[in-house]
Design a protein around this ligand. Structure first.
Ligand code: CMP
Length: 142
């Protein structure tokens, strides 16, 4: 997910381009202002934490770009490309390290496991939103 700060700072193309150039395959994409009930379900594991209200308010504050990407070790690769949650600590070369300044406005979110990805994809996408096209460069990337 590209969060509202990524959208507002006109970084969608730059961020999507990084995942694409790495060799991940885009399977689904939509733009949505996330309603509060969905945000609460998405971030249910953080309910009660000091930053929870701020997080839900932020994530519902503007458009997000919701995406499904596939590829070899896609979860580990995407999280490495995103960088540490705190943009101040994120390595240079990562999305957060290169473009972000703090922990709330950290530009992107990525699922942390296959199980979480299945749950989060189900929150935002129907089966018919997902496209399983073979890529012409697939033999270079498998
Ligand atoms: P994200 O990957 O979307 O998952 C939970 C989010 O909570 C995290 O990125 C941060 O944007 C946000 N957050 C805000 N404050 C904190 C904090 N103190 N510790 C961890 N996450 C935080």
């Amino acid at each position: 997910m590209i969060k509202p700060d990524g959208f507002g700072r006109r970084l969608c193309g730059a961020i999507i381009g990084r995942y694409e150039r790495k060799g991940l395959r885009l399977v689904g994409l939509k733009m949505q202002v996330i309603p509060r009930d969905l945000a609460e379900r998405h971030y249910a594991e953080h309910a009660g934490k000091p930053f929870y209200e701020d997080l839900v308010a932020f994530i519902t504050s503007g458009p997000t770009i919701l995406m499904v990407w596939e590829g070899a070790d896609a979860i580990q690769v995407a999280r490495k490309m995103n960088g540490a949650t705190d943009c101040q600590k994120a390595d240079v070369g990562t999305i957060r390290g290169d473009f972000g300044l703090n922990t709330r406005n950290n530009l992107v979110h990525a699922s942390d496991s296959v199980e979480t990805a299945a749950r989060e994809i189900n929150l935002y996408f129907d089966e018919s939103d997902l496209w399983d096209f073979p890529m012409p460069d697939g033999h270079w990337l498998s």
